[in-house]
Design a protein around this ligand. Structure first.
Ligand code: ADP
Ligand code: MG
Length: 237
């Protein structure tokens, strides 16, 4: 019965995510539709047309950004939960963000112990992609991004450190609140998605930050004693 209940809770989170995404992208799509309908009349002055086109494109970019914050790794038929080797999955996310880091003169370093947690691997990747992207965006003039994973008793502790713009106490308090963003083109959804995923995995998080010095995020996840599937097993099934 307990397993059934946990399964139901997980299904609920999956459908909650789907509901949130369609809710979030409906707004920008409605705006785009409205402006295209206006353009369709064909009787607008040239400058007005250009302005409407610009707004429509900006709204489409916003829809794209929202989808990126939720669904970068989404697959049609996701497994619910499975053992995750944090070193392997963090390495994959690091590989994804390294080109973006280098473009901003950011040095990336990592020290990753193999630890196993239970979760949905796509959500795990989405969570850390969102957090690492925030760290990179916090260092527009370059810096260092350090990611570590460490086994500590019954927990796996993951830390993400940057020496970027940092956060005020108020910003730390609002971290994870929907639509809270200090960026011109921010969605304010990336941290919320990350926090929800951490909580779903039974984890906790803390932030240590100083303005103009940087930020360290510490994420503590319950360790699993189950071994992650070996490469051969994954390939076979
Ligand atoms: P977005 O990145 O679209 O602004 P997020 O939900 O991902 O939205 O982040 C919310 C806010 O939290 C950011 O706008 C920023 O102010 C703050 N933030 C998150 N991570 C960091 C960080 N590593 N350094 C400084 N500020 C951060
Ligand atoms: Mg973000």
């Amino acid at each position: 019965a307990r397993a059934e209940l946990m399964k139901m809770e997980k299904m609920q989170i999956v459908s909650q995510m789907a509901a949130s995404i369609s809710h979030e992208i409906r707004n920008p799509l409605t705006v785009v539709k409205g402006f295209i309908q206006l353009l369709q009349t064909g009787r607008l002055p040239r400058e007005t047309e250009e302005r409407y086109i610009r707004i429509a494109l900006e709204e489409l970019e916003r829809a794209e950004a929202i989808i990126r914050d939720y669904l970068t790794f989404a697959k049609p038929a996701p497994k619910e939960t499975e053992p995750i080797d944090v070193a392997v999955e963090l390495q994959k996310v690091l590989q994804m963000i390294t080109p973006m880091a280098h473009m901003h003169s950011i040095h990336v370093s990592s020290s990753l112990e193999h630890g196993v947690v239970i979760g949905n691997v796509q959500y795990f990747q989405q969570c850390f992609l969102n957090l690492l992207k925030n760290s990179i965006e916090a260092m527009p003039n370059g810096g260092t991004l350090h990611v570590a994973a460490e086994n500590r008793g019954a927990s796996v502790v993951i830390t993400i450190s940057d020496n970027g713009v940092g956060m005020t106490k108020e910003q730390v308090r609002r971290f994870g609140e929907p639509y809270f963003s200090t960026k011109e083109k921010g969605t304010g959804l990336g941290a919320m998605v990350a926090v929800k995923i951490i909580e779903q995995m039974g984890g906790t998080w803390t932030i240590e930050s100083a303005v103009q010095k940087g930020t360290t995020l510490t994420i503590t996840l319950p360790a699993s004693r189950v071994r992650p599937p070996t490469a051969e097993q994954s390939a076979a099934g």
